[in-house]
Ligand binder design. Structure first.
Ligand SMILES: Cc1ncc(COP(=O)(O)O)c(C=O)c1O
Length: 426
């Protein structure tokens, strides 16, 4: 019995499903998840001594690579000064300045401990600011596990077939409307009927929680215009895309500025961090500047701040995003041609160093309905074969893949040779 199997059996007796976050259990693809002992650069090492080229990157944060020496050095220095004070620090001011400099919509920002906390706080602020209760989200977008947002959600909830979770009060669920993505007519109609009740629209402006889905040309600007017209707060959930697809996120890349933004993943450099921010007039309603309450014992934690800031400093260096784009393009181009050679239909998407692959014979995937038509059985076989060939992919095709600065040309070549072998087993 492998060490991972043994640990998984022990874990299942004492942790729900054996894991502390559902997708880690590999339920959608079957088999035992490798238990990871350590990681360095773009590689993961499991308890059984197996080595994998990693395209999960802790679900996004590890853009500068695992155990990045610069980040570790800053962490060691910070640790010497104490690990939590529950009092204001210079580091939090510096971090807020870096985020505000980078993200076009953010004039004032509050740090929290996870992406979930960021989105649930942002919708509270949008509700408090507008005095309206209804929120709009999109089918298949995932914004963490806050009650109001677990309606027709993507990521693990989609993977496990639980898009509407028990335990979310009906009265609250009724205040969330989930609409199809990439369809402005449906927004226009909803706003015309109910615009004065709607506090906010929250979206992943590039969706990474049902594979990878891009907004159609003009969609984000059209949504922006409608939100302005009806006084609806537009929230970009850039927990995944912030500092990932470009330094300033999707809003920089597409030139559309929301009213509020949520962040996470990369800004923590692998430590637990989230943030929400936006226009001054909205954010100054947050306590203690204003009446809308939100707080956190460990928010702005000094270790999390230095890991995040050092990661952002690495990303600020010239040529970083060009390199990430180039590596990811090489990977995707290679995969596209290997799929074609093997006669396996696939739909491929990439924005910056985020990518998605659907086992699908559609020409394009532009919403949740399309994504759901993908062949999950074929993906499971492919996933198992990739793992056996030393490549660690997210255990669901309804998740994005991530490339880091540490993925070399040689790693991409090795990955493509694993893809070729995996496709030959299908
Ligand atoms: C777009 C988006 N928002 C929010 C979250 C929730 O973040 P966390 O898992 O840190 O709570 C995620 C997590 O995957 C995400 O992808």
């Amino acid at each position: 019995m492998s060490e991972s199997s043994e640990l998984f059996d022990r874990a299942k007796k004492i942790i729900p499903g054996g894991v502390n976050s559902p997708v880690r259990a590999f339920k959608a693809v079957g088999g035992v998840p490798p238990f990871i002992k350590s990681a360095r650069g773009c590689r993961l090492y499991d308890e059984d001594g197996n080595e994998y080229i990693d395209y999960v990157g802790s679900w996004g944060p590890m853009i500068a690579g695992h155990a990045n020496p610069r980040v570790l050095e800053r962490l060691k220095e910070a640790m010497e000064n104490g690990t939590s004070f529950g009092a204001p620090t210079r580091l939090e001011v510096e971090m807020a300045e870096m985020v505000i400099d980078a993200v076009p919509s953010v004039e004032v920002v509050r740090m929290v401990n996870s992406g979930t906390e960021a989105t649930l706080s942002a919708i509270r602020v949008a509700r408090g600011h507008t005095g309206r209760d209804t929120i709009i989200k999109f089918d298949g977008c995932y914004h963490g596990h806050g009650d109001s947002l677990l309606i027709q959600a993507g990521s693990g909830v989609e993977t496990l077939g639980l898009p509407d979770s028990p335990g979310v009060p009906k009265a609250l669920a009724e205040l969330t409307r989930s609409l199809p993505f990439n369809d402005l007519d449906v927004i226009d109609k909803t706003f015309r009927e109910d615009g004065e009740k709607i506090a906010c629209v929250i979206l992943e402006p590039v969706i990474g929680n049902m594979g990878l889905i891009l907004p159609k040309p003009g969609y984000l600007q059209g949504l922006r215009d409608l939100c302005t017209q009806y006084g609806v707060v537009m929230i970009f959930d850039e927990v995944m895309t912030g500092f990932r697809v470009a330094y300033g996120g999707v809003q920089e890349l597409f030139g559309v500025t929301p009213d509020m933004t949520t962040l996470g993943k990369v800004i923590g450099g692998g430590l637990p961090v989230g943030a929400y921010g936006g226009k001054r007039e909205i954010m100054e309603k947050v306590a203690p500047a204003g009446p809308i309450y939100q707080a956190g014992t460990l928010s702005g934690n000094p270790l999390a701040m230095v890991a995040g800031m050092e990661t952002l400093k690495i990303l600020q260096e010239p040529g970083t995003y060009e390199r990430l784009n180039k590596t990811t393009t090489t990977l995707l181009d290679g995969m596209r041609s290997l799929f074609a050679d093997a006669g396996v239909p696939g739909v491929f998407g990439r924005v910056g160093s985020m990518f998605g692959v659907y086992f699908s014979d559609l020409n394009a995937v532009s919403n949740y309905e399309d994504a759901k038509k993908s062949d999950t059985e074929r993906f499971s076989k492919y996933h198992g074969a990739m793992l056996a060939n030393g490549v660690y992919l997210a255990p669901s095709q309804f998740e994005a893949g991530f490339v880091s600065l540490e993925h070399s040309d040689e790693d991409i070549e090795k990955t493509l040779s694993a893809v070729k072998k995996a496709l030959s087993t299908l």
